[in-house]
Design a protein around this ligand. Structure first.
Ligand SMILES: C[S@@+](CC[C@H](N)C(=O)[O-])C[C@H]1O[C@@H](n2cnc3c(N)ncnc32)[C@H](O)[C@@H]1O
Length: 364
């Protein structure tokens, strides 16, 4: 494990997250890594940690983690930006960043490879390919001639991400295993990204001995994230209950959750759960929305019947964490049961809006 080796300040880091989840990722960085968040917004959280080591790669609510090379809120929209990108890149102490990169990730074996990734959103007076060339000019001489460019599985990736006037550049520490969990063997089309499910279970605030229900569990991502978070926190007595009306979903969840031994894994209708009243501490669920519904199904009817059932099975003061596309039908379904709103987040997932909300049932 790499640790503080000199009195020099450690390089700063940043993480990429789904838009709208920055606050939850910042909380994980502060609580679980003792980090200090410097800035967050537009899907990026910049932070410093007291120790730079592989614990960075265990963050669950983020998609990728980087060592920060440079960042700016003042990148011109015009082609003047290209000169700045080149200059800022040239000033970076790359050998030091690469040493940290190799200390945290395994040092590349065989002939080393690298790749440059450029992402750009917004209107600019230059093209993405020009930004990439400017980045490459700024990096001239950094990688020895023996290093090869390789798009697939490069040992080192330098990323430049530009949103309007904001730009951030860094060395990617994570790889695809950060986003794709080992438990996820079976996939279903509407399955959640694990980092989003991880954010949901953090919001659920689960404690010892609690029963957590996902009554429309799909491939089981939420319960799997719940189980892994509980393991991280040493909670051994959590009860995972899940079900879905589709046989294929229950089968997929059974594979993905095998290691976590859910207590209930059933084929059921969430509008009529075969459960007694007041038996569940947390409902964490991502009901279908938009095109995930069959044409003859009515979203408002489904949500109000499901919310009535969740209200029945939740214990007094129990909590529900729900992720939907359009907030309106959910808010209308919740009004009659009188839950109090705790927190709300507007997300963007794969370019589409989504609404994540946390609710508390009345005390008695
Ligand atoms: C958006 S998906 C859930 C995805 C899940 N969170 C995951 O990560 O895989 C919604 C699920 O709700 C299920 N569903 C829809 N209506 C239902 C109902 N009335 N009762 C139980 N499950 C239902 C669907 O079969 C689907 O698997």
């Amino acid at each position: 494990m790499a640790s503080r080796r000199t009195e020099k300040p450690l390089p700063a880091c940043y993480a990429m997250v789904h838009r709208g989840l920055e606050e939850i990722a910042a909380d994980e960085i502060e609580q679980d890594l003792g980090g200090e968040v410097k800035k967050s917004g537009r899907g990026i959280v910049a932070f410093r940690v007291p120790e730079l080591d592989r614990r960075l790669l265990r963050l669950r609510t983020v998609e990728d983690v980087f060592l920060l090379a440079w960042g700016s809120d003042e990148l011109p929209y015009t082609s003047d930006a290209l000169e700045r990108i080149e200059q800022w890149t040239r000033k970076v102490p790359w050998p030091e960043l690469l040493r940290w990169h190799h200390a945290i990730r395994a040092k590349p074996s065989g002939k080393p490879t690298y790749w440059l990734v450029t992402q750009m959103t917004g209107e600019h007076g230059y093209r993405r390919v020009d930004a990439r060339k400017a980045l490459a000019r700024g990096l001239a001489g950094v990688f020895p001639a023996s290093w090869r460019m390789a798009e697939e599985n490069a040992a080192v990736e330098v990323w430049l991400t530009i949103h309007g006037k904001q730009a951030v550049c860094g060395l990617r520490l994570s790889d695809r295993t950060m986003r794709h969990r080992r438990y996820k063997q079976e996939h279903l089309p509407p399955s959640l990204r694990p980092s989003v499910a991880a954010a949901m279970v953090r919001l659920a605030g689960t404690g010892p001995g609690m029963v957590v229900l996902d009554s429309m569990l799909g491939a089981g991502t939420i319960l799997a994230e719940q189980a892994e978070l509980a393991q991280q926190r040493g909670l051994t007595d959590l009860h995972l209950w899940g079900g879905d009306r589709e046989r294929a979903a229950v089968q997929a969840a059974a594979v993905n959750l095998r290691r976590f031994r859910p207590e209930i894994l059933a084929r059921w209708d969430s509008r009529q759960l075969p459960l007694p009243g007041s038996c569940v501490d947390r409902v964490v669920c991502n009901p279908p929305y938009g095109r995930q519904l069959s044409p003859d199904e009515d979203l408002a009817e489904l949500y109000s019947a499901a919310v009535r059932e969740w209200n029945r099975v939740l214990k007094p003061a129990g909590r529900a964490v729900l992720l939907v596309g359009d907030p309106q039908p959910l808010l209308e379904a919740i009004r009659p049961v009188g839950w109090s709103a705790q927190r709300q987040f507007r997300l963007r997932m794969l370019g589409l809006p989504a609404f994540l909300s946390v609710w508390r049932k009345r005390d008695g």
